[in-house]
Every structure is written in C-alpha cells, then in structure tokens.
Design a binder for this molecule. Sequence first.
Ligand code: 3NM
Length: 223
Amino acid sequence: MSGRILPEIMRRHLQMYLVVGSVNCLAEPSRVVQEALAGGTTMIQFREKGRSALTGVPMLELARQLQDLCHYAGIPFIVNDDVELALELNADGVHIGQDDESADSVRARIGNRILGVSAHTIEEARRAILHGADYLGVGPIYPTISKDDAHAVQGPAILYEMRKAGIDLPIVGIGGITIDRVEEVVVAGADGVAVISAVTQAEQIRAAAEGLKKKVVLSIKHP
Ligand code: 3NM
C-alpha cells in the first residue's frame, strides 16, 4: 500500500458498516455476511465478542471466511481490537476502543491500514486524530442491546457537537441505529451508520442492509 486511505473514500466505506461476529448471528455467519454484502454493505468489522464467542482455530477460520467474502465483494475487512489477528490475516484495518492499546502505537504497528477509533468526547476525538485515526466511531447514539459495556447514550447531539468543534474526520455513528433513525444520525454529522442488530437480527438481511444504505445516501447533503 502506498499511502493512507483518502477521507472521501473512507466516508463512502462508512455508509453501511456492518459489525458482526458469530454471537450476533441467528443463521450461519457466512450466510449473514453474504446477504449483507448482496444488500450493498460498504465495510465489515469482525467483532468476535461475548459469552459464546469463538476462540482459537474456529475463530480464525471464521475470520478468514468473512475476509474472503469481503475481498470478493471489494470492500474493506476490519478487525475489532485484535491487532495481532489483523496483521496475521493481513486485514484492511483495525478498529480500537479507548480501553485498548493507544491509537498511535496501533498506527505504528499497522502501517497504512485503516485505523478506526471509538471516541465519546471531543477530546477523545481530537486525540484519536492526532494519533493517526482514519475514522471515528461515535456512540452509543441510542440504547443498544448488542454491547454489554457500552457508555451512556449520547444521542445524535454528540455528532453535531463534534462537527461544530471542527472535527472533520470521517465519522460513523453506532449504537441502536435502525432505519428510522438513519436520517437523524446523518443530518447530525455522521458519514454513515455502523450496525449490528439492524442487519443481523433482520428477517430479510439483504433488504435490511439495502434499506439502511439507501437511507444514508439519501440523507447525505450534497453541495
Ligand atoms: N459499539 P447495535 S455500540 C459495537 O458505542 C458497539 O461504541 C458501540 O450494535 C459504541 O447496532 C455497539 O445492535 C453495538 O446497537 C452496536
């Protein structure tokens, strides 16, 4: 890779960002991801967390399977938290939280791969940018049932505040986002939505991803 991802390309990848692990899936994870990709998912984060999360070889095999699907679909495959795993897989990027290794040290290890950082405040956002983040994950915007240790609900106001403070890095909103909430999240300043349940728990996964993406694109203000 010859350089960091361009912000305008990053923004497009954030439009319909599916965060997924085996724990979130009612059906076979690879089926869920295939359907979500068919619906126009723009980026995938492998997040194998929770009580019944896979570990060791089964986890690695699943990661490889999902990575292949992303590769064929031509979209980035991002690994949550685990820098070692991301490097072993030669993933397209890593997403880290505030409790994980610091962003500057992750940046040093991953070279020009995509680096996403969760930020809950303007200060955290500014620090992440200084430390080399390519995008910020901001949430939880609404109450979520998919993350046990989620912070307090922020509401879309946090997105307005970050943009008003001059933060112009690509941002994805996360936490409790459903199709009915997409417009509000994008109008508040997000470039897209990151979801678990709105896609993985949907009866029609492909249609759910398609609907969310369309809503994001329609809600983006075009100059
Ligand atoms: N991170 P759902 S909220 C993985 O606030 C994750 O940083 C969050 O799942 C954060 O779309 C969250 O089902 C869970 O609410 C998102």
